[in-house]
Design a protein around this ligand. Structure first.
Ligand code: SAH
Ligand code: SF4
Length: 364
């Protein structure tokens, strides 16, 4: 006999079948999942949201992921690379606004020159903030020694989404070549853990060809990999990309949105003490999309501090929000937004992953 949502949620451990069933619940069922996840969040990580000021450093990328608007072969993307001074000014803004942490993100570039530039920037960020700012980086696949150099220069968290934990689906989203190798991506995640980063991964939700089983497996992949942080968001098609061709296979965008909220909730239920980001892509669908994610389990938000003139060019997907604003506009707006979730804001705090603390305690 099939179990009810209440019966499923009462169990200590959810099976793959349970998760697949919960991903497909109707409105009444999903509200139960959301309420359960909100309680777990309050009990394990508290009703508190931490800020990471996001600097989208550059949209220059050497890769060709089929879904992404800034892929190498998209000649319609106007390329930019923010100067070090502008990056440091943006970081200073985050510091002075008491954001606690910053994230540096960019297209994927691998070169000794790029490695050195990032190391220098990391040290400068530590200096300008009296070592107070926490630093997350999201700069794609790199050799382990590069990850180590950046860790030693001051970064302590790294985001590298697996995009999909199903290799078959992964290769429908990426060219089948050495630069887009699934095994390499896994190796990179392992290297990040080994070097000592709080390691974050995530997936896109509502991709063409993706099944509920794939999504359930993604959640168990994250559990089995023992990740510390997660950033996952809805897939939003971009017309200048090869994957756009399969747009007729997509579920309606509102359903991708709701499915993302369910994924956030279920991950919170499965991995109680990790950090989960409310993805910016949610806001491209619903003006209060990120706040909704915070209500159902997320505890991290990444206000954009990229100088306004560049924001429109960092277009991974269409309808990116707030591209006509400056960082200063975001502070009040963010405070009001978190206000509606009922959570506190962890001003000036790093808000590190509690899971990481536990994971590393056990090891030592
Ligand atoms: N180059 C780095 C960081 C920038 S891309 C990297 O790839 O890791 C950051 C994330 O944007 C990717 O991991 C991907 O999941 C997401 N992304 C790219 N294109 C997207 C799209 N069309 N819809 C939703 N998310 C997208
Ligand atoms: Fe480049 Fe990242 Fe976009 Fe892939 S997802 S094309 S690596 S920016």
């Amino acid at each position: 006999m099939n179990m009810t949502v209440d019966e499923i949620l009462k169990q200590q451990i959810l099976s793959r079948e349970d998760v697949i069933a919960l991903l497909q619940t109707d409105k009444e069922g999903r509200n139960k999942v959301f309420t359960h996840a909100a309680k777990i969040k309050a009990d394990y990580v508290g009703k508190k949201v931490y800020y990471r000021g996001l600097v989208e450093m550059s949209n220059i990328c050497s890769k060709n992921c089929y879904y992404c608007g800034i892929r190498l072969d998209n000649t319609n993307a106007e390329r930019y690379d923010i100067s070090d001074k502008e990056i440091l000014d943006a970081v200073k803004f985050a510091y002075e606004s008491n954001y606690g942490s910053v994230v540096l993100q960019a297209g994927e570039i691998s070169s000794p020159k790029f490695t050195k530039r990032i190391s220098k920037l990391l040290k400068q960020i530590k200096e300008l903030s009296n070592n107070e700012l926490g630093i997350t980086i999201s700069l794609g696949e790199q050799p382990e020694e590069v990850y180590r150099e950046w860790f030693e220069a001051g970064a302590h968290r790294y985001l590298l989404r697996i995009e999909s934990s199903n290799p078959d689906l992964y290769y429908k989203l990426h060219p089948k070549n050495q630069k887009h190798d699934f095994e390499t991506r896994l190796d990179c995640l392992r290297s990040l853990q080994k070097v000592g980063y709080q390691t974050g991964t995530g997936v896109m939700i509502g991709l063409p060809f993706q099944t509920y089983e794939d999504l359930a497996n993604d959640l168990f992949f994250m559990r089995d990999f023992d990740i510390d942080m997660c950033g996952m968001g809805p897939y939003i098609e971009h017309k200048d990309t090869p994957l756009y061709e399969y747009s007729d296979l997509l579920m309606p965008i509102e359903d991708r949105f709701t499915l993302t909220l369910k994924m956030v909730s279920l991950l919170r239920i499965i991995m109680k003490d990790i950090n989960i980001a409310a993805a910016t892509a949610l806001q491209a669908i619903d003006p209060i999309g990120r706040e909704k994610a915070i209500k159902v389990g997320a505890n991290i938000i990444m206000p954009n501090v990229t100088p306004g003139m560049y924001r429109d060019s960092y277009k991974l997907y269409e309808n990116k929000p707030c591209t006509d604003e400056e960082a200063a506009d975001c502070t009040n707006c963010m405070e009001m937004r978190i206000g509606i979730t009922g959570d506190d804001i962890g001003y000036g705090e790093w808000g590190d992953s509690k899971h990481f603390a536990k994971r590393t305690q056990h090891q030592s």
